[in-house]
Design a protein around this ligand. Structure first.
Ligand code: PLP
Length: 403
């Protein structure tokens, strides 16, 4: 008999997006003519830019010829891509050998759990991207202590609210071996300042914790004073690894390409270099990112590719600005959306789900209820800027009519 991994039973059922879909279907069954617009998605909609497509197409063509065909590559990624990520995106702050190319930040986050096992307390921002909590629970950080609380044994929640400027009090992370930290943040759109990240790095050093810094949205930072990488903070290489991705910046959500930086300096408390174990894990359970995707990544980091990346990001950030201005005019308190593609909107006293349903019923606009990202998300809606411009404009028009 095959026994089920008991930790899987402790996962709170994937509630958020299935419930959104259920309510959407129910609404469409009653109103088949309604044209729904989604400002809820965390997926990109703009096509991949021509110079990047060219890199991909050339790689495909090489695979079709005997002389240029290649099979397995290094599990860690093509050297040219690793070097280019280090020089172009990190300005030499990290070395190519410290960059591990992968099929994305989310699968890396899951695999990173193997570094720590089930005895390590994981601290997460609340609200947060659900993968940090769910992958921890799968490892054995045990389930909810009671049905009334979403505090998990083995998972420390760090509330991020308007009151603390969305930067948590780190005292709650005292017992944490690992601190997940996402900036620019999904879902709140908050970006940590240099001083805040310095406090985080100092805390991790003092507390002997390791930070897993999720920089998937770093390219969306417009303000040059805000740090795009944890490694802009002196000493961060001793306490932090960084996961990142091409998904959102160049529309590679379907192509799949990301990376994790594991600095040579980063060690477990027994002195073992984390990089050694990460290399072991990746060479065991991962066989390298698609070479086609990697050549797309290489093209994206050339001059023309970088220009296109900037253009794509700017398009989404204009969407964010349109949504933000409209909601503010309507009297809503709106956070985020200036250096991140998400807006975090206070619902004027409604619960997140009531506000979600209200906008669905009255404006036929889909958003994402903040409470789905953690208890501190209650009373907020997440608006995403990843739509087509005409949809964003139409959604805003509808909101102005009903609010
Ligand atoms: C979209 C997203 C990612 C990207 O994941 P990929 O697997 O690279 O597509 C990572 N972290 C956060 C917080 C995200 O929202």
């Amino acid at each position: 008999m095959a026994k089920r991994n008991p930790h899987l039973a402790k996962l709170q059922s994937g509630y958020l997006f299935p419930e959104i879909n259920r309510r959407k279907k129910e609404f469409l069954a009653a109103h088949p003519q309604a044209k729904l617009i989604s400002l809820g998605i965390g997926d990109t909609t703009q096509p991949i830019a021509p110079p990047i497509i060219k890199g991909i197409v050339q790689a495909v063509k090489r695979l079709g010829k005997r002389d240029t065909y290649t099979g397995y590559g290094d599990e860690q990624g093509i050297t040219e891509l690793r070097e280019r990520i280090a020089s172009v995106l990190y300005h030499g702050r990290v070395k190519g050998e410290e960059v591990f190319v992968s099929d994305g930040a989310k699968p890396d986050t899951g695999r990173l759990q193997m570094l720590f096992g089930s005895d390590t307390v994981m601290a997460v921002q609340d609200p947060s991207y659900p993968v940090y909590v769910d992958s921890s629970v799968m490892m054995g950080q045990t389930g909810p202590l009671s049905s009334k609380t979403s505090q998990f044994k083995g998972i420390a929640y760090l509330p991020c609210t308007p009151d603390n400027g969305f930067f948590p009090s780190l005292g709650n992370a005292k017992d944490a071996g690992v601190i997940f930290f996402c900036s620019p943040n999904n879902p709140t759109g908050a970006v940590a300042t240099r001083e805040q990240l310095k406090a985080l790095v100092d805390f991790a050093k003092e507390n002997r914790s390791i930070i897993i810094f999720d920089a998937a949205y770093s390219q969306f930072i417009r303000d040059e004073n805000l740090p795009r990488s944890i490694y802009e903070i002196p000493g961060a290489k001793e306490v932090a690894l960084e996961v990142s991705s091409f998904s959102k910046s160049i529309g590679f959500t379907g192509v799949r390409l990301g990376w994790t930086v594991v600095p040579n300096e980063l060690c477990f408390d027994d002195g073992t270099p984390v990089r050694k174990d990460w290399n072991r894990i990746m060479t065991t359970v991962f066989n390298g990112a698609s070479s086609i995707a990697q050549y797309g990544g290489i093209a994206a980091l050339e001059r023309e590719g970088m220009k296109e990346m900037e253009r794509t990001v700017s398009y989404y950030m204009e969407n964010a600005s349109i949504i933000r201005q409209a909601l503010r005019k309507l009297g809503y308190t709106v956070f985020g959306g200036d250096n991140a593609p998400y807006l975090w909107v206070q619902t004027k006293g409604m619960t997140s789900w009531d506000a979600f349903s209200f906008l669905l019923q009255k404006a036929h606009v889909i958003t994402t209820p903040g409470s789905g990202f953690g208890p501190s998300g209650e009373g907020f809606l997440r608006f995403s800027a990843f739509g087509h411009r005409e949809d964003v404009l139409e959604a805003v028009k509808r909101l102005e009519k009903i609010l």
